[in-house]
Design a binder for this molecule. Structure first.
Ligand SMILES: O=C(O)/C=C/C(=O)CC(=O)C(=O)O
Ligand SMILES: [Mg+2]
Length: 219
């Protein structure tokens, strides 16, 4: 895969696959059971908000919009039924992502047993950073993830991928046993604890250690 194609993963990728409840403290803060196997859902690629491409738009009917900072894994080559032992060979690189969530719409959907598509998949619900080449992150299972709102001195999210319940090889292997992974697909690997609301006029700054930082306003 050409580096320049990977660098534009969002133009070529067909799927954004998101892992849910992958950090113990986050599952607990939302009162969810700890999953015994990975739980995932999809966002459409129209959810992407590229770096510097504008603001997060609050979807209609939402009055509790949450941020969730996450490590994104960009798939570098197609595969299905990928064994855990070779799963990392399918990683093309990484990115920083925020899984914006209309928490009130999600709660409403959960109560009715409906899918989370609106709560998780609205336009601008997936702000991302630039592509990070695979060799820049030597150990993706030990990366600092952080998020700040406005100029607050206290970070709202301050986690590490070492706390993931299901690690990247398990996630790739599990997803690919159901759906073929394609070049440029993006997997969001779940969020650590500290998720919370933002309102119109706030600015979210999020980072992956010192490797990536994005600043996104909320419209
Ligand atoms: O189960 C819930 O109430 C909420 C789950 C999420 O929003 C899951 C995630 O997107 C995540 O854990 O990152
Ligand atoms: Mg999430």
């Amino acid at each position: 895969m050409q580096t320049e194609r990977l660098a534009q993963f969002s133009k070529f990728g067909k799927k954004i696959i998101c892992i849910a409840r992958n950090y113990l403290d986050h599952a607990k803060e939302l009162g969810n059971a700890v999953p015994s196997e990975p739980v995932f859902f999809l966002k459409p690629t129209t959810a992407y908000l590229q770096p510097g491409a504008g603001a997060i738009k609050i979807p209609p009917g939402c009055s509790n919009l949450h941020f969730e900072v996450e490590l994104g894994v960009v798939i570098g080559k197609p595969g299905s039924n990928i064994p855990e032992s070779t799963a990392l060979d399918f990683v093309g690189g990484y990115t920083l992502a925020i899984d914006m969530t209309a928490r009130d719409l999600q709660e409403k959907a959960k109560k009715k047993g409906h899918p989370w598509s609106i709560a998780k998949g609205f336009d601008t619900s997936c702000p991302v950073g630039h592509f990070i080449a695979k060799d820049v992150i030597k150990d993706p299972s030990n990366v600092h993830l952080w998020l700040r709102v406005n100029e607050e001195s206290q970070l709202r999210q301050d986690g590490n991928t070492s706390d993931m319940i299901f690690k990247i090889p398990t996630i790739i292997s599990y997803i690919s046993s159901f759906m073929t992974l394609e070049e440029g697909d993006l997997i969001l690997t779940g969020t650590p604890s500290g998720v919370g609301p933002v309102k119109s006029g706030d600015v979210i700054t999020a980072g992956l250690a010192e490797l990536a930082e994005i600043k996104v306003p909320v419209e």
